[in-house]
Design a protein around this ligand. Structure first.
Ligand code: ZN
Length: 669
């Protein structure tokens, strides 16, 4: 599972780590086009890794980049051909590079690079190019013969896929009542219908198996000449062999620099899995991976998340290489170590508390490379593995990518958001000083303790809250985090240094829940997404219940609406009170009470306030989606060819990086 976020929309912008002593002059913003802003991130402490660790990271990053074409092809069967065609035109073009058609072609190329294909990475809708079809046709015929598509029918197909909005309109279709396989443009199935796919996997699954493999995770399901369904396995000698062979080759090099036997074993298992395609081996690998908490360097490389499959079976290829942020991980360790202390004092009925609570193992990491489905758009938190039985029996690893969250924060500094939406200068100063650290602490408390706290009464069905279950579960975890964020315990265990710091997160949370998250909702629509509903539920509930005592106000200044918090301590008590009620609903499985809270506070939008927020936000011109270019790693060798160092540089821009990746890591045809 990944925790995706769009910081421009969800977080108050200008934030700096309270611990940071000076403001960095690192240039975070790389490019801006369509609805996208491309940033770069720093990899602090890379220089301080040992030479062995640096070489381990280096070869793992090469293994990450080697898989790029796999994801492109999974996302759509014409994606690689279209990428090559548009890149060839882009490089060969000898006309006016400022003409409208060429500018439109460049924008289209930037969009498909960002999305790893011709469909938007978030909405899944196909990009509609702004250049004319005639321009495209002319440019194709101007290309050198060896850079054109193979033949006329192929050329016609590509032109139609690029320019006709009705062809392959959506990558992943989730509309109820339609055949989700037939109507989705992703390339995970061919010539099969949804009922056929469902029947195929239903026949394979053994419902008595307590340790089932993740069926279909690494295969494309097709119909053979005889009309039988066949899985084409992603492996050496199978589908995507050329890319996977190169991944395996780099993993083999990386293995020489493994930090310990456990890590060498993890790499061996992964190589074995890529070589055989056996999902049982992938489970063995996942177990070894989740149990390794000692290695500093860590990585994900494989077919992981299944959001790209309308039926949630096949994993999209991705890789992230990272190493533990030792300093920041003290924070999650300090919190996890006190899990029982927090549980025993939680403001809920004692019957609903866990007598023995186990803190989740969580660490803060520094990303060294983002690849496949994690590039350029990337998650800020990851919790793996996904197999439920492995999570139950062996636990899961929860990580926060803090150099990524820092880049989001620093890049948004000065974008005008706080000046527009935060009520006054003292509050803006408070956010500047403490929002980064309290926002991260909020996430830590939510992930390490919030979800794991509390217990159901005997006999209560864990699914009793049905469709509202995930909203109420996120509400519970958020409230646990909000309540304890203001606790002196955090000062005592050394993760905060100022008893007022929590007010930064409280202000931002209320502002977001009452107002600013509405900028992600289209006019006239309800709030639907679970996290957005949970934030609205909490903010609206405490606003209403604190009204008699004037705890939180909505005030008008020069015709604009602002959130004003008058009594932070009372606000904390309201968070605690609501936590007590949400925990009761969960522990007792009180579906009606849960549904009533969601319907009353979490769904409906005040159209006047909504319009105001949209108008004020539009003036700021903040890109709704962000992603990253990677740094460049270079091996340094002496006269004898021995590696003496690995250097890192942050100078490569978006277009050069994408063209270089297409030239150097183009493994598939
Ligand atoms: Zn959560």
């Amino acid at each position: 599972m990944t925790l995706k976020t769009f910081m421009a929309a969800t977080a108050v912008a200008a934030t700096l780590n309270a611990m940071a002593t000076e403001k960095s002059d690192f240039n975070y913003v790389v490019d801006r086009f369509a609805d996208i802003e491309v940033l770069r991130y720093q990899v602090p402490d890379f220089e301080n890794l040992s030479l062995n660790q640096k070489q381990l990271v280096y070869h793992l990053t090469e293994a990450a980049l080697a898989g790029r074409d796999i994801l492109w092809d999974q996302n759509g069967k014409y994606n690689l051909a279209i990428r090559r065609l548009i890149e060839n035109i882009y490089r060969n073009y000898d006309g006016d590079r400022n003409s409208a058609d060429f500018k439109a072609l460049e924008k289209y190329l930037k969009q498909i690079w960002f999305a790893n294909g011709i469909h938007h990475h978030y909405s899944m809708d196909k990009f509609i190019p702004e250049f004319s079809t005639q321009f495209l046709v002319e440019q194709i015929f101007k290309l050198p013969a060896d850079q054109r598509p193979a033949d006329v029918p192929t050329t016609q197909t590509l032109i139609s896929v690029i320019t006709d909005p009705t062809v392959m309109a959506k990558r992943v279709n989730q509309a109820e009542g339609q055949d989700l396989i037939v109507t989705s443009a992703c390339n995970l199935y061919e010539g099969v219908t949804q009922p056929e796919v469902e029947a195929y996997y239903a026949a394979l699954k053994d419902t008595t198996d307590l340790t089932p493999i993740s069926y279909g995770l690494n295969t494309r399901l097709v119909k053979d000449a005889a009309g039988n369904l066949v899985e084409q396995v992603y492996k050496v000698g199978g589908l995507y062999s050329a890319a996977i062979e190169r991944i395996v080759s780099e993993l083999t090099k990386a293995r020489q620099f493994a930090e310990n036997d456990a890590q060498a074993n993890i790499i061996d298992k992964l190589i074995e899995y890529y070589t055989t395609g056996e999902l049982k081996t992938f489970d063995d690998y996942s177990i070894a991976w989740v149990e390794d908490n000692d290695s500093r360097v860590d990585f994900i490389n494989g077919f992981i998340e299944s959001y790209g499959d309308p039926l949630g079976m096949t994993g999209s290829w991705e890789s992230i290489v990272n190493f533990k942020d030792l300093e920041a991980s003290h924070r999650t360790e300090a919190i996890s170590a006190e899990a029982q202390w927090f549980e025993d004092r939680s403001p809920v009925d004692p019957r609903f508390r866990k007598p023995h609570v186990k803190g989740v193992s969580a660490k803060v990491i520094t990303a060294a490379i983002l690849a496949g489905d994690a590039y350029p758009a990337t998650p800020i938190g990851i919790n793996l593995p996904n197999a439920n039985w492995i999570r139950a029996a062996h636990g899961s690893k929860s990580v926060t990518l803090e150099n990524i969250t820092r880049a989001y924060d620093e890049a948004s500094h000065g974008n005008g958001f706080n000046e527009e939406f935060v009520i006054d200068q003292p509050t803006r100063d408070l956010l500047d000083k403490y929002l980064f650290i309290t926002d991260n602490l909020h996430t830590d408390l939510h992930e390490c303790l919030g979800h794991g706290s509390g217990q159901l009464l005997p006999g209560v069905d864990p699914d009793a809250l049905k469709a509202h279950g995930s909203t109420l579960e996120e509400t519970r975890a958020d409230l646990f985090a909000l309540y304890y964020l203001a606790d002196p315990k955090l000062i005592e265990i050394g993760v905060l240094d100022n008893p007022e710091a929590y007010k930064a997160e409280y202000y931002k949370y209320m502002l977001n829940g009452l107002m600013t998250q509405l900028m992600r909702i289209e006019p006239g629509k309800d709030v639907e997404e679970a996290h957005m509903r949970n934030r609205k539920l909490i903010a609206e509930w405490v606003y209403e219940h604190g009204r008699d005592n004037n705890v939180v106000e909505m005030v008008k200044i020069d015709g604009k609406t602002f959130v004003k918090i008058n009594d932070y301590e009372a606000l904390r008590q309201l968070f605690g009170q609501l936590l007590g009620e949400i925990q009761r609903i969960k522990s007792e499985g009180d579906y009606e009470a849960g549904r009533d809270l969601v319907e009353k506070y979490a769904v409906k939008v005040d159209p006047t306030l909504h319009r105001e927020v949209l108008d004020r936000y539009a003036k700021l011109d903040i890109a709704p989606y962000k992603g990253f270019v990677n740094p460049v790693y270079t091996l340094v060798t002496d006269d004898n060819g021995n590696v003496t160092d690995v250097t890192i540089s942050y100078t490569e821009d978006y277009i050069p990086q994408m063209l270089r990746y297409s030239a150097d890591y183009s493994t598939l045809r």
